[in-house]
Every structure is written in C-alpha cells, then in structure tokens.
Design a binder for this molecule. Sequence first.
Ligand SMILES: *[C@@H]1O[C@H](CO)[C@@H](O)[C@H](O)[C@H]1NC(C)=O
Ligand SMILES: *[C@@H]1O[C@H](CO)[C@@H](O)[C@H](O)[C@H]1NC(C)=O
Length: 360
Amino acid sequence: MGVRCVAIRTCGRGKIDPGFRMAAAGVAVVALLSAALALYGPPLDAVLQRTFSLHKEPLEKDMESTLQLVRNIIPALSAEKHKGQHGRIGVVGGCQEYTGAPYFAAISALKVGADLSHVFCAREAAPVIKSYSPELIVHPVLDSPSAVEEVEKWLPRLHTLVVGPGLGRDGLLLDNVKGVLEASRARGVPVIIDADGLWLIAQQPALVQGYQKAILTPNHMEFSRLYEAVLRGPVDSSDPRGSVLKLSQALGNVTVVQKGAHDLITDGQQVLECSQEGSSRRCGGQGDLLSGALGVMVHWALLAGPDKANGSNPLLLAAMGACSLTRQCNHQAFQKHGRSTTTTDMIAEVGAAFSRLFET
Ligand SMILES: *[C@@H]1O[C@H](CO)[C@@H](O)[C@H](O)[C@H]1NC(C)=O
Ligand SMILES: *[C@@H]1O[C@H](CO)[C@@H](O)[C@H](O)[C@H]1NC(C)=O
C-alpha cells in the first residue's frame, strides 16, 4: 500500500528523477517495515540490520575469520596420539526423570572427537543411560552421600566438565553439584554450565563469579533468569548484545553463550554472533548437542595455545565452533527429515557437518 501511494504522487510531478524515485521507494519500504513493526514488536534497527546487507557483510566476514581460527585449534588426527589426548569429557547430570539430555551431551562429545565420555548421574538414571549406548562410561554417584569425592577422584583425568544436562532441581543433587563445581574450580577444570546447572548458578552466582574457565550456555528463558538474579533488573530486550555483555561483566567476565535465532557469544570484552544457517525447527536436546560439542572444543582451544588462537580468547573460538556445528547439524538434519527432525537426527549429522565446516 505504502509503495503504491508514493509511486502515484511521484508520477503526478511529470518528469521523474530516478534517484528520487529510489529514495521514495526506500522511504516507503521503511514505512512498511515500521507499520509491520507496530504489529509485531522487534526494534526497528534490528530489522533494518537484517534487511540491508550493508550491515550484514562485516558480520559474516567476522564469522568467517573466526571460523578460520577455529580450524586452527582443531587437532589433527594422528596414529601417534594415545587414547585420551583428544579429550576426556565428563557430563554431570541425569536423574530419575531425565536421562536423554546427559546421553545426548556425552555422545555428542564422542562424535565431535573426544576419546572418552563419562556421565556422572543419579543411581536410578545410570542403567537407563547405559542402555542407550555401550560407548559411554556411566557413574551412578550423583545422589550418593560421597558424590563430591566420587567425582573429584576423576577430575585429574578429565579435561572439561559439562554440568547440568538432565540434572533436575532436586535439592540433594544440586547440593552435590555445587560441591563438584567448587572442586573443579579449585583444580582449574573448565566447566560448561547448561540447563538446571544454570538454575543453580542463578541461586548462587558466586559459584562461577570471576572463574575464567566457566562458560554459561543459557537459552532465552535461562538468560532472563540469570540476568535478573545477577543484575537485579529486567533484560533490555532492545539491546541483546549489550545485555549479554553486561551479564558477562557482572559475573567477572565469565564467557556467556546466549542461544537464540542468532547465538551471541561474549567474554565481557568482545561480542561475537553466530549466524550459521540452521533451520526453523528447534527440538528438545539440541542444547545438549551444543554443550557436549563445547566440552570437546574448549579442551582443544586451551590445548592449542595462544599462537593458533592468534590473540583471540580460546573460549570464544570454542563457542563459535560449537555453535556453528550445532546449527550446521540442524540444517543438514532438516534437509532430510523436515518437520520430524529430532536431536538423534542432528547427532547423526555431526561427522558430515564437522567436515563441511572445519575440514574444507
Ligand atoms: C572485564 O572486561 C572489561 C572490558 O575489557 C574490563 O573493563 C573489566 O575490568 C573486566 N573485569 C574483570 C573482573 O576482569
Ligand atoms: C591474526 O591477527 C592479525 C593481527 O590482529 C590479523 O591481521 C590477522 O588477519 C589474523 N589472522 C587470522 C587468521 O585471523
């Protein structure tokens, strides 16, 4: 409608300056967008940024150069390496209700390239998780009175811990996980915290405050909860980059990966955006694939050393790698399965997606 009105008025002037016509059409497009926005809500500049490629190109270049660095930190496969060098990952989670999430996270870590994947879960969850896969090492210890010591025994042999998939909110389990987080921090073991692990952090932010080897991976809801708990005010939804930066800084520059339509990744200094194409299909469990992949990539990034990271924060590179991979898996699975895509379909794509992104 808006476009037609402008065209009629322009024609009425007789001779038309093509530049003027284009400018008028531009104004009309903006008017149309504004009208649409009045109905649908998102801030105008966000939509404009997505609409006009001028703003998009530097972002994509940004991402491509970051992906180049991600390729740098991926260790080459070699017969010389002994088992365990490519990563021994521990997943802390799994209770009576939730057994899928820790399985997805742990198997994804293996598929991405870890040598060994451990799961530390509640007693009842262990036989179920074992029955999903003979490839995982499952410890039924998380609800035991000696849970912290049982996990601590393994810490010297683990490169990273993924805390939260399928954890639930049982007070006893959360208390034990608090002890596990403290023990990991004392030993400098990197922790990736997701799902109900983030619920625990919202109650007790001091657990990660200032810990430079912690990565939080909140979705929209988890992000709001954390933000409100730490900054004692609502999220400014008109400024997603500013908000993610603020949360990271308030936690002492802990790395935050906010999952969404585009993932935002920050270490309190830089904000990266992962806009790798995924699909319109979101399925439960996708976040577990991300956290498992991140568990491996954090180990690789820290192992690679500053030269290969070319001055970038290794945790940011790991996060960009894991986010891109998860999205690529989603994209490929969706090509095959469409609406019926599930996390199992996405995990089946890890190998091909990995080659495509990182081995070209
Ligand atoms: C976090 O990073 C910001 C930006 O570089 C810096 O100003 C601040 O001092 C850092 N905070 C901590 C606790 O390191
Ligand atoms: C490494 O950093 C230098 C200096 O910031 C930059 O010019 C170069 O392009 C970077 N290399 C890669 C592969 O990103």
